[in-house]
Design a protein around this ligand. Structure first.
Ligand code: UDX
Length: 442
């Protein structure tokens, strides 16, 4: 099939590459000329393991191209996929400005029958608005479908090539066969439904996963008080197939470009029809509070934080990405600086992105994890990167001013901690080392 993908953010670029990988002819369009030039030179604007090799292979095979010419791309395609951003407005509502602009441009470019699919996460009813906007611009026949995207950053290509399910929302049943065939090389788990339900499935799925995380984080807070171990509790709970083992890792909460935005948008969607989504409001509040656990634990072990030196391991909102959008690290770093701490920051790939968002004279940027720990009064692990899991923790005692490790993602096992000589605090697990008696820095 000839496909135009409008928007080369995470969703658009990855979808375009994966449709090309499956043998379609794809042209990815963006109005940002610099981005398109970089892509034409096979440089990816996003960090995603393996992405450039996939791009190169498909460009060389003549299946994938990049352009800023939306009109030409639409005219050369049977399927037009809209994958532009829907950032949050101050109210939490999704900003549909980019979607609406693109819909009008697509309408003006139409030269024959097209299918227009939305992959951006959009509030219920948006696809119908897109239909109206396009219809105002063209007499050509077209259909609207909603095909929400469920990929995760860091494993986006594999998630897209091997999805758990594909949801297709449509109202013209004649399209079902062609769209199912297009997607059948990805999975046989294809669920065809109406457009409004497809739009809701995306929000409901993200809200449910966010709920699982806030739920286990609250359980972890209770575990700390009653002496249970949240990692054991999660394993025991997960054995029930109705609960399942995934998304029960307690820590400092979720971040990223989806969960924070989509939970707030769903609260707004409900509010707009006079429904108060109480449960989801609590999920958001619990998530916000959970970030400050690290600071509470630092205060418990060090007393006060003024004039202390704190090493930070990990800045991205999760491993295998350089994305720091809504990352817990941003709030934690700002709060620590306001409490008078000096910080030594290290992340394997996200330091540049973090520095663009936040920089301060109290921050020292470090080249590796051990450098960030050197002379520190405590180290806080905020992102569960594999390289942190593999560190020889016994080295820390020689490097650090005070041997305190706060593990915000529960990455270390008892065995790794035992014998390392550290005072170790994690989330919702009984402390395996004696509590630390703070030393006062002169
Ligand atoms: C998420 C959804 O998983 C994906 O389906 C959707 O399309 C976009 O949003 P993503 O934001 O890339 O994907 O990351 P994900 O792996 O889901 O993690 C989100 C956040 O939750 C991260 O900050 C992660 O650290 C946190 N998390 C995840 C936990 O704190 N505990 C868990 O058990 C799982």
């Amino acid at each position: 099939m000839n496909i135009a993908v409008i928007g080369t953010g995470y969703v658009g670029l990855i979808s375009g590459i994966c449709f090309a990988e499956k043998g379609n002819h794809v042209i990815c369009v963006d109005q940002d000329i610099n981005k398109i030039t970089a892509l034409q030179n096979l440089v990816s604007p996003i960090y995603e393991p393996g992405i450039e090799a996939f791009m190169e292979r498909n460009v060389q095979a003549g299946r994938l191209a990049f352009s800023s010419n939306l009109i030409q791309a639409v005219q050369d395609s049977e399927l037009v996929i809209i994958a532009v951003g829907t950032p949050s407005l101050p109210s939490g509502e999704a900003n549909l400005q980019y979607i609406e602009q693109v819909a009008a441009e697509v309408g003006r470019a139409m030269n024959g029958q097209k299918i227009v699919a939305t992959k951006s996460t959009v509030p219920v009813g948006t696809n119908e608005k897109i239909r109206e906007i396009i219809a105002q611009q063209t007499e050509q026949p077209f259909d609207i479908v909603s095909i929400p995207e469920f990929l995760r950053e860091g494993s986006a290509i594999q998630d897209t090539l091997h999805p758990d399910r594909i949801v297709i929302g449509l109202d013209n049943r004649e399209l079902e066969a062609v769209l199912v065939e297009l997607h059948s090389s990805f999975t046989d788990q294809i669920f065809v439904t109406d457009i409004r339900s497809a739009e809701m499935i995306k929000y409901a799925s993200n809200a449910f996963l966010a709920t699982k995380i806030s739920f286990i984080n609250e359980i972890s807070n209770i575990c700390e008080k009653v002496g249970a171990d949240v990692t054991e509790v999660a394993i025991g709970m997960g054995k029930d197939p109705r609960i399942g083992p995934s998304f029960l890792n307690a820590g400092i909460g979720y971040g990223g470009s989806c969960f924070p935005k989509d939970t707030k948008a769903l609260i707004q969607i409900a509010g707009n029809v006079n429904y108060e989504f109480q449960l989801l409001k609590s999920v958001v509040e619990v998530n916000k509070a959970q970030r400050y656990k690290v600071i509470e634990k630092l205060k418990e072990s060090l007393g006060q934080l003024n004039n202390t030196v704190i090493g930070i391991w990990g800045l991205s909102f999760k491993p295998n990405t350089d994305d720091v959008r809504e990352a817990p690290s941003l709030e934690i770093v700002e709060a620590l600086i306001s409490l008078g701490a000096r910080l030594k920051l290290y992340d394997p790939v996200a330091m540049d992105k973090f520095r663009e968002r936040f920089d301060h004279p109290a921050i020292e940027w470090c080249g590796n994890a051990l450098a960030a720990a050197a002379n520190a009064d405590a180290v806080c692990l905020l992102t569960d990167w594999q390289e942190f899991k593999e560190l020889q923790l016994s080295q820390l005692i020689y490097l650090m001013e005070q041997p305190i490790l706060i593990d915000g993602r529960n990455v270390y096992t008892k065995e790794q901690i035992e014998g390392a000589g550290l005072h170790y605090y994690s989330v919702g697990r009984p402390e395996s080392t004696p509590a630390y008696r703070p030393q006062v820095r002169i």
